[in-house]
Design a protein around this ligand. Structure first.
Ligand code: 13P
Length: 241
C-alpha cells in the first residue's frame, strides 16, 4: 500500500513568529482530516527546534530542506543528519531544483545526501524534474531516468519519497496538466524495483486543483510551495476531496 504524503515546502519563508502563527490557525483545520494522510511541513532550519516542540502530540511531521552527508565537520553552512533527528525532524527534501540550480547540487551530491539521511533515520523526499527546454526537446523521460539512475544507487527504496517537480511548473502558476503529471509519475514508478515508493507531484499546486490531482491513480501526494504558506490554502489541500 502506497502512503499518501502531503508536504509543504516553505523554502526561505517565515520567521519563527510567522511559523507559530501559521500553526495556530492551520492546526484548527485538521480535526476532520482522514487518518491515513501523512502531513509534512518542510520549514527553514531556524524554526525547526521551536516548531518541533510545539508540534509534539500533533499529527504533523517535520521536515528539513537540506542535509549534509557527513556526521560532522568543517562544512560551514551545512546541517548534519544527526542534528535534525535530535530535534525530531523526520523528513528532508533532497535535490530540490532550486538547490541544483542555485547551489551547485549534483546527482552525485544528491545521492550522498540521500544515503546519509536514511542512515540517520530520516526519510528523504527526492526531487526530480525537467526544465522547459528539456521538455520542449522531448527529453523529459531521459532526464528523469538519468536523475534516478545517478541519485538512487545505495538508497533504500522502502524509506524514500520521490517528488516529480517539473521545473517550469514551480512558482509559475503553470501547473503541469494532471494527466501528464500522472503519466510521468508512472514512468518514474516503472524505473523502481519497489512499487510502493510514494511519488508526489509538485509545481504550482493550488487548492482549486488538488481534488483533480489526487484523483490520479499514480499520484500519491503533493509537494507544495507557495500554497503551503497560507493556512487556509494548505488546509484545503490536506483535506482534499
Ligand atoms: P510552488 O508550489 O510554489 O510552485 O513550489 C513547488 C515546489 O518547489 C515545492 O518544492
Amino acid at each position: 500500500m502506497r502512503q499518501i504524503i502531503i508536504a509543504g515546502n516553505w523554502k526561505m519563508y517565515k520567521t519563527v513568529r510567522d511559523a507559530s502563527e501559521f500553526l495556530q490557525e492551520f492546526l484548527q483545520h485538521l480535526e476532520h482530516t482522514p487518518e491515513g494522510r501523512e502531513i509534512v511541513l518542510c520549514i527553514p532550519a531556524t524554526s525547526l527546534w521551536v516548531i518541533s516542540k510545539s508540534l509534539h502530540g500533533s499529527r504533523i511531521r517535520l521536515g528539513a530542506q537540506n542535509v549534509h552527508w557527513e556526521e560532522e565537520g568543517a562544512f560551514t553552512g551545512e546541517i548534519a543528519p544527526g542534528m535534525l533527528t535530535e530535534i525530531g525532524v523526520r523528513y528532508v527534501v533532497v535535490g530540490h531544483s532550486e538547490r541544483r540550480q542555485y547551489f551547485g547540487e549534483t546527482d552525485e551530491t544528491v545521492n550522498k545526501r540521500l544515503i546519509a539521511a536514511q542512515k540517520a533515520g530520516l526519510k528523504p523526499i527526492l526531487c526530480v524534474g525537467e526544465t522547459k527546454a528539456q521538455r520542449d526537446s522531448g527529453e523529459t523521460e531521459k532526464i528523469i531516468i538519468s536523475q534516478l539512475e545517478k541519485g538512487l544507487p545505495g538508497v533504500d527504496l522502502a524509506q524514500l519519497v520521490i517528488a516529480y517537480e517539473p521545473i517550469w511548473a514551480i512558482g509559475t502558476g503553470d501547473t503541469c496538466e494532471v494527466k501528464e503529471a500522472n503519466r510521468v509519475i508512472g514512468v518514474i514508478r516503472s524505473q523502481l524495483s519497489n512499487p510502493d515508493v510514494p511519488i508526489q507531484y509538485g509545481g504550482s499546486v493550488k487548492p482549486n486543483l488538488i481534488d483533480e490531482i489526487m484523483a490520479q491513480p499514480e499520484i500519491d501526494g503533493v509537494l507544495v510551495g507557495g500554497a503551503s504558506l497560507v493556512p487556509q490554502d494548505f488546509a484545503r489541500i490536506v483535506n482534499y476531496f
